[in-house]
Design a protein around this ligand. Structure first.
Ligand SMILES: [Zn+2]
Ligand SMILES: [Zn+2]
Length: 340
């Protein structure tokens, strides 16, 4: 940004942005609730005066009532609330800072885990929309820097079907190097990553399909050199990051504000992963003792479409003398390789 603001302009700005401006004409400002009700378990802490008998049919109030019934309400929403995760602090630099307070803005971006669609079974995807991690970026950061900060287990290993558990997984490691393509879709523009010469344009077939369906205004661009500050996203609106062919992450711009003196003022540490969802390793479906290392899909001898198994259980249940029992597909499971 780099804009120099005079004292008078700053004063005018602070008056215009004051919370005193948040009232409407004829609003009863004398009887605003001043205390937070104690019976509300919500990070938003809605004032109790808003919850009336008439408003009981609202989903948010039903949700709050359900939370109150539970013994430990904070646990039930731990999958999506970034407020429950500890901050991952910025590294300490021995060098003097190169940023000044007010010289740029920081935006907070929430990345969600890929979702398994009803008719489209991605192997490592979650069945529900779950918060994965929060990234803070500077306005000057580019979309490629943002992309390189987004973490996903599909970039670590290829989720490709194998014959048995003794298959050599080394050729499947480092999937990001083998398939470097990806795009970020914001406001009808596909920002493709073409830094690697082997990258392909994921957006091309989508744009062609959209033309057939009379969906207009879609375009594609190279994401390199596109700065966050040049975008005009809607806050809270879901955008898309796609990579590894079918790994689709929703993400939202959650917040943006001017850099202040309490922020990290070293530009080399941005983008920074600020919070991360606890990555609980899946246990084996059979023994619940060992960590899962394999995903068995579409088995005619298992009760679920997708079953996570350890190597021993997978071998003893699905194979006799190295031969497959029944029909199923076997994939390696990489979740445990995601290390922050
Ligand atoms: Zn992914
Ligand atoms: Zn097991």
């Amino acid at each position: 940004m780099g804009a120099e603001i005079s004292y008078n302009e700053l004063k005018h700005l602070s008056e215009e942005c004051s919370i005193d401006q948040l009232t409407c004409e004829e609003e009863d400002t004398k009887h605003f609730p001043t205390k937070l009700p104690e019976n509300i378990n919500s990070s938003t802490k809605l004032p109790g005066t808003f919850i009336t008998n008439e408003s009981n049919h609202f989903a948010i109030n039903k949700f709050i009532q359900e939370m109150e019934k539970q013994k430990n309400p904070s646990q039930s929403c731990i999958g999506n609330k970034r407020s429950y995760y500890p901050r991952l602090e910025f590294p300490v630099s021995p060098y003097p800072p190169d940023l000044k307070p007010g010289s740029d803005f920081v935006a907070s971006i929430l990345i969600y885990r890929p979702v398994e669609f009803k008719f489209f079974h991605a192997k490592n995807a979650s069945e529900k929309l779950r918060f994965s991690h929060e990234i803070v970026v500077l306005g000057r950061n580019t979309l490629t820097e943002l992309r390189d900060t987004i973490m996903c287990s599909s970039d670590f290993g290829l989720c490709k079907e194998v014959e048995n558990t003794s298959a050599d997984l080394k050729p499947l490691a480092n999937a990001r190097n083998i398939y470097p393509s990806g795009f970020i879709f914001i406001d009808n523009v596909f920002y493709n990553d073409f830094r690697d010469p082997n990258s392909i344009d994921y957006s091309f077939p989508i744009i062609e399909w959209a033309k057939e369906k009379q969906i207009k205004n879609l375009s594609s661009e190279n994401m390199e050199n596109v700065r966050i500050e040049s975008l005009t996203p809607r806050f809270g609106y879901p955008y898309l990051y796609m990579h590894q062919g079918d790994c689709e992450h929703l993400f939202i711009f959650a917040d943006a504000r001017l850099l202040n003196s309490s922020d990290c003022l070293h530009s080399q540490f941005y983008p920074h992963v600020l919070k991360i969802n606890r990555n609980i390793n899946r246990m084996c479906f059979m023994c619940s003792v060992s960590f899962a290392k394999w995903i068995v899909v579409d088995s005619d001898r298992l009760p679920q479409h997708k079953v996570f198994m350890c190597t021993d259980c997978c071998n003893s249940y699905n194979y006799v003398n190295g031969e497959k029992l029944g029909s199923f597909k076997l994939y390696p499971y990489y979740e445990k390789h995601v290390v922050v």
